[in-house]
Every structure is written in C-alpha cells, then in structure tokens.
Design a protein around this ligand. Structure first.
Ligand SMILES: Nc1nc2c(ncn2[C@@H]2O[C@H](COP(=O)(O)OP(=O)(O)OP(=O)(O)O)[C@@H](O)[C@H]2O)c(=O)[nH]1
Ligand SMILES: [Mg+2]
Length: 315
C-alpha cells in the first residue's frame, strides 16, 4: 500500500462476493455491514439477485460489496439466469472475493477419500479463470473445522488450482478474522475517496427488501423443492402516517397447488409463522412497526418461463 498522507484519498471500491451456493457469501456481507441486507438460509441458491451492501470505515475507507447468486452447474432456466447474474457482476468490480466452505470441502474429501476439490468447486474455479479476475481467496466456516492445522493442506490445494492475490480464513458466523479481511480488501483497492455517502447501506428498493424477507422465511420453513419454486412480489408498500406504521402486502408465488397447501400449512399455521418472522425482520430493518398481509398464488412453472423470470427480476 502506498504511504498515506493527509491529502491522499481513502481507498474504496466494488468487491464481488462469489462462489458456490451456500458457502456464506450473504452471511459474510451482512456480518461486515452489521445489518441484514441480503437474506441467508441453510438452503443453497438463496440469493437470486446482485445485491449491493456498502460499509464505510471512518478514516479507513469504503467497501462496496456486491453479493451474488451461487455459481453452479444446472440446466434449469432460473439457475442459468442466476449464474449469468453472478458472472456479469465480475465484470463491474475492482476485486473479487472467492468464498469457499472449508467444512464442506473437508467433508467431501473424507467421504470420497480424495485430496482434490469437489467438482462443484472446480466448476466455479473454471468460471473465475475464464473471466481473469483479481481474486482474494476467502476460506469460510473455519468455526466448523476443529483441527485448524487441517486448513493448511486445503489452502495449498486451492492456491494450486487458481491464482489469488491473497488468502484469508474466516468465519462469517462468529466474525473471526473479518477485521483482517476488511483491512486486506481496503489495501487492494484504489485510493479514490468514498463512492457513496457515508450512511448509504444498499441500493435495493424497500419493496425488494420486504419481498426478500418473506422469501427467506418461506425457504427457511419449507423443504424439498418448495424453496426453489417460490417467488415473492410486494404488491403494497405504504406508510400509514396516522398510525405510524408500514402497511405491506406480499404475494408468495408457488408452482403447484400441492405447494400452495404446504406453504399455507394445517389451518394456516405455516403461513402465519412465515408472516410473523418476516414481519419481525422488516421491523428491525425499517425501524418501524409493520402490518404485513400475505397471499399465496399458483403460477404454474414460473421458474421455466422467461416472462415470469423477468417479472420477478431474475432475468
Ligand atoms: N458454521 C458456519 N455457518 C455459516 C458460516 N457462514 C455462513 N454459514 C451458514 O451457511 C448457510 C448459507 O449461508 P448463506 O450466507 O446463505 O450462503 P450464500 O453463499 O449466500 O448462499 P447462496 O445465496 O445460496 O449462494 C447459512 O445457514 C449460514 O448460517 C460460517 O462462517 N460458519
Ligand atoms: Mg446468498
């Protein structure tokens, strides 16, 4: 890093978070921001859009994260759109964080008795190499690795497979080493001053964020194919100044009648639980009381239909 003096501008820039699905990209962005801007669940393919998350570090600089969908090999139309979104993000950034899941790779190596990388990880590596990006390797979920010495051969395998300008092991969940990651990213960014106002957090519309909180709960509280058959649209987002609350109505789209039944649940139990938790997340984010209504509609095979993918903002 160049020596700084009082007249030099602070470092800043766009940093894409990329990798396989479920490696913790969104969790890491939220952890650095200290606010949940991107939804995160235990199911793969949670993130479906490019999501900007900005954090300003007083007197240090500004990181503008671009959270992206997990890159994976699939022929489903929705999934291909997600891959495109992730890969296009690489073209617009100053730096890339390639996140890998240390525990998942170790698990794969143990199960198969092999020493290399799982094919899904090779797929991501290949995509990154094609784009010739400047990448930092971020080895996430180290809280799940009991014997930290085991990280060394993993790092060796990864840096042999791809070129990185730096390597950092972290835990997005416990926050371990995230301060080191932040300093290191700032070190690699141009000294160009702040790109956004200090208080800026994201460029996502409030409606989008509200819809995402509902989708997060549906994904979290359902299983099998349902998380991948859900799209949420916010139809009303209104400030009721008299009552000092936000009135939000959201439509949960699924692909089949049977899925509608599961989302609603016995006697409406599940949809009620989804609504309650989503409302609490919204209240935390918007800092206001929320009145939330939810509806479930069937939109047959929307995830294979370009018109609907476009309508839901995925293509
Ligand atoms: N133990 C542990 N779990 C983590 C860590 N980081 C993320 N997770 C968990 O991993 C799961 C996936 O996290 P996400 O942040 O949604 O992962 P993602 O990479 O954004 O996934 P997609 O959006 O599906 O591509 C969630 O259950 C997280 O709580 C970590 O450092 N340690
Ligand atoms: Mg994500």
């Amino acid at each position: 890093m160049s020596t700084s003096n009082e007249s030099s501008a602070l470092p800043s820039g766009f940093v894409a978070l990329v990798g396989q699905a479920n490696v913790g990209k969104s969790t890491l962005m939220n952890a650095v921001l200290g606010v949940k801007v991107a939804i995160a669940t235990s199911k793969p393919q949670t993130t479906r859009n490019r999501i900007l998350g900005v954090q300003t570090f007083p007197e240090k600089g500004q990181l503008c994260f671009v959270d992206t969908p997990g890159i994976h090999d699939s022929h489903r139309r929705l999934n291909q759109a997600l891959n495109r979104t992730a890969l296009q993000s690489l073209e617009e950034v100053d730096l890339v964080c390639h996140l890998v899941d240390a525990a998942a790779i170790h698990g794969w190596q143990r199960r198969t008795g092999r020493t290399g990388l799982p094919p899904e990880e090779e797929f991501v590596m290949h995509k990154l190499q094609e784009q010739k990006v400047k990448a930092v390797l971020v080895i996430n979920k180290i809280d799940l690795v009991e014997d930290k010495l085991k990280l060394l051969p993993l790092i060796e395998t990864l840096v042999e497979a791809n070129e990185y300008i730096d390597v950092v092991p972290v835990s997005a969940k416990t926050g371990e080493n995230l301060d080191r990651l932040v300093d290191l990213l700032l070190d690699h960014l141009p000294e160009q001053g702040l790109l956004f106002p200090e208080e800026m957090l994201t460029d996502q519309a409030e409606r989008f964020i509200a819809a995402e909180f509902v989708r997060e709960q549906v994904m979290d509280q359902t299983r099998k194919e349902i998380p991948y058959s859900v799209a949420v649209e916010v139809e009303t987002f209104r400030e009721n100044e008299e009552k000092d609350l936000l009135e939000i109505s959201a439509v949960i789209h699924v692909e089949r009648d049977s899925q509608k039944g599961i989302v609603i649940g016995n006697g409406g139990k599940r949809i009620k639980a989804i609504g309650t938790k989503a409302r609490k997340e919204m209240e935390k984010f918007f800092g206001k009381q929320v009145f939330l209504e939810t509806f479930v509609r069937v939109e047959p095979r929307w995830s294979e239909n370009p018109r609907h993918l476009n309508r839901f903002g995925y293509e």
